[in-house]
Write a protein that binds this ligand. Structure first.
Ligand SMILES: [Zn+2]
Length: 662
């Protein structure tokens, strides 16, 4: 449940309306009262559905929505403000949003321009200088990258010098502070510097700074939108350390929130409905060159929850392609050592089975591991045989299975002591899984592999690690939170979400849907079709993306998404897609998706109209009894309008089922 849904479920709309001065009277499953948004009426035309947490005015406003919309309209505030007020009231912690403030935005843009200049500078060094020749040869011959690929990924070379970058940018009127801010310079720790460095750059600027990247291949690192954030530098001289060096943490470069290659991989990931994680930037580049474009790399650290969240916008299926160093026996054992795992949290554990399983469960992702054979890097495999790469990825195993296979490999599982040892290592991992079906299946798998009776596994309690004892209680209490909810969501409101989830994946279907609706004399899909404010706002963005004539509409939506909607957006994308939603265009499949979408929209409309008509009947009777001509007239008209719409909906639905039968 997203925090927005949690707020919705915990805020009692009846209470909210009562506080706003609406006197409410219960009638069946609903409450009615005088609309707080318009006066001039003798009939209570304002209706609340406590179960779904929604309201509607059947009078002059003819408007309605959820708790957010109510507060927005009442207080004249925007969604973000309404969300934060109601979240506080509901005691729901919202994710902190890190939106760029306007002045910060300008400054960031200036720093980005500097980094783009640096891309040009380093590229020139690589392609056009004798000093860059060995780096270029390395890329072309050793890594087998084509000149086109080198160009596409903006690769460059940082000269073997303490101040080449500093000098170049000083001449372009950048200060050393600017260069420090983007991480291209390093500050000397103390004043005990070696004199040769001081003498070479003392005349240009401060002697306390020097080039961070020296004699390295420079790889620009961009965020998911293609905006530059920093660099990764790879050594040329095997004696240099470290082998890979990233920009330091800066305002732009936050390594926990970046995935190398995502700007180019986002579309392919969506199309393949799968993301593949490799360890090196040059591996990402080589794989893209070989046509495997759904590949990204974290910044030399373990995969973070934020990074999985980012990928979840495009797919829930994630494969970790790890070499034996990272996913082999040693790494697996280290990851299973719970005490150590929690101690080393800040350090960069590459394969932390527990951590990964936790992310997987919490984010409802599907994480798998593909191990690279023969100590080869992905780029070597793909150079050797592209089909081999494809088949390795296709054979990726769920995390628990990978851990089990790794522990069993080269072991004599006929030895009872070894059986017991492996069971003791595996069971805590399995018992921690939140899904009982998965737990059962893995217990069975473990029993089969160890050739023991499954009952002996469930009976034998392994020595519990501290983490194992602590976790279930903490997790359980968290999961119970939604139970305190006051409102539940009726199934047809879920259809809203399903509709929107499909449109987010395939915004291009919207004009076709609208055309179909209009052909049946039904209005195009509008925000009024949705009860939920966050859904309305996301639909509006999708509509805008089409008006902008953007090539990549999904990208437009994401780029313009307000941070307060991020969670709704992510959870919509996390919904399982109808078959083929991510696949490439195919006429038949598109027709089927469009049918599905149309059916959903018709369903949403019909149900909400039916509900409205029932309410309206009540209100109309009351208006007639109290002799309120104004309300009677408004509502008589509304009733006619609703009736006509229901007829058209009926026709449209009938026609659709006829088509299906043919
Ligand atoms: Zn009203």
């Amino acid at each position: 449940m997203s925090s927005i849904d949690e707020v919705k479920s915990r805020i009692d709309i009846v209470e909210l309306a009562a506080e706003a001065g609406v006197k409410l009277r219960r009638s069946g499953r609903t409450y009615t009262g005088f609309c707080p948004f318009h006066s001039n009426t003798r009939t209570p035309a304002f209706v609340i559905w406590p179960e779904s947490g929604t309201w509607r005015c059947f009078g002059e406003c003819n408007d309605g929505g959820d708790v957010f919309k109510f507060l927005m309209k009442k207080e004249g505030i925007d969604f973000k403000e309404a969300l934060s007020r109601l979240a506080e009231r509901a005691g729901v912690q919202l994710e902190s949003y890190q939106a760029e403030k306007p002045q910060q935005k300008e400054e960031n843009q200036r720093l980005r321009n500097l980094l783009e200049d640096a891309v040009t500078f380093y590229r020139h060094q690589l392609l056009n200088t004798p000093a860059g020749k060995p780096a270029l040869d390395y890329l072309l011959e050793k890594r087998k990258l084509s000149p086109q690929t080198i160009e596409t990924f903006g690769l460059g070379y940082a000269p073997h010098s303490w101040d080449a970058t500093l000098k170049h940018f000083s001449e372009k009127n950048y200060t050393s502070q600017d260069l420090l801010d983007v991480g291209l310079l390093t500050e000397r720790a103390s004043d005990t510097q070696s004199t040769d460095i001081q003498s070479t750059n003392s005349q240009s600027t401060s002697p306390h700074v020097y080039d961070k990247f020296r004699n390295r291949i420079m790889i620009p690192i961009r965020d998911a939108d293609g905006k530059i954030t920093g660099f990764g530098g790879r050594i040329l001289d095997p004696n240099d350390i470290p082998k890979f060096m990233n920009s330091p943490q800066t305002v732009l470069f936050d390594k926990g929130h970046l995935l190398y290659g995502l700007d180019r991989a986002r579309k392919p990931i969506r199309a393949a409905d799968q993301a593949v994680i490799v360890e090196g930037y040059l591996d990402v580049i080589a794989l893209h060159q070989a046509g495997f474009e759904n590949v990204v790399s974290p910044m030399g650290t373990a995969l973070t929850e934020d990074q999985i969240r980012m990928l979840k916008r495009f797919t829930r299926r994630i494969v970790l392609a790890l070499d034996p160093d990272a996913a082999g026996r040693k790494a697996v054992l280290r990851g299973l050592d719970a005490a150590r795992a929690s101690m080393d949290r800040e350090q960069e554990l590459r394969f932390d089975a527990r951590g990964l399983l936790r992310h997987e469960a919490r984010l409802q992702a599907d994480l798998r591991v593909a191990s690279m054979p023969d100590e080869l890097d992905p780029d070597e495999i793909v150079q050797r045989n592209a089909a081999e790469w494809a088949s390795l990825i296709a054979q990726a195993k769920p995390i628990v299975e990978h851990v089990l296979d790794t522990l069993i490999a080269d072991k004599n599982v006929n030895d009872p002591k070894i059986k017991a040892e492996i069971a003791a290592q595996m069971l805590p991992l399995i018992e921690d899984l939140p899904n009982p079906v998965e737990r059962d299946s893995y217990r069975q798998l473990l029993a089969r592999r160890l050739k023991v009776d499954e009952r002996s596994l469930t009976g034998a309690k392994p020595t519990a690690s501290p983490v194992r004892r602590r976790r279930p209680t903490a997790e359980a209490s968290q999961e119970q939170k939604p139970a305190a909810a006051t409102a539940s969501f009726s199934p047809f409101r879920k259809v809203e979400g399903a509709c929107l989830a499909l449109l987010l994946r395939r915004p291009d279907l919207l004009p076709h849907l609208d055309r179909r609706l209009q052909e049946s004399s039904l209005g195009a899909l509008s925000t009024a079709d949705f009860e939920y404010t966050d859904h309305q706002m996301i639909l509006r963005l999708i509509q805008q993306s089409l008006e902008q004539d953007e090539k990549d509409q999904a990208h437009y939506v994401e780029a313009h998404l307000d941070e307060s909607l991020r969670e709704t957006y992510t959870s919509l994308l996390a919904q399982s897609a109808p078959k083929g939603a991510n696949a490439n265009l195919s006429r038949n499949r598109d027709e089927r998706l469009l049918d599905e979408l149309t059916r959903q929209v018709l369903q949403v409309r019909q149900q909400s109209l039916n509900e409205s008509v029932n309410q309206l009947r009540f209100i109309l009777e009351e208006a007639q009894q109290s002799g309120d001509p104004r309300t009677t007239a408004t509502q008589g008209q509304l009733m006619l309008q609703y009736g006509r719409m229901l007829n058209r909906l009926d026709e449209a639905r009938r026609r659709m089922s006829d088509i299906r039968r043919e």
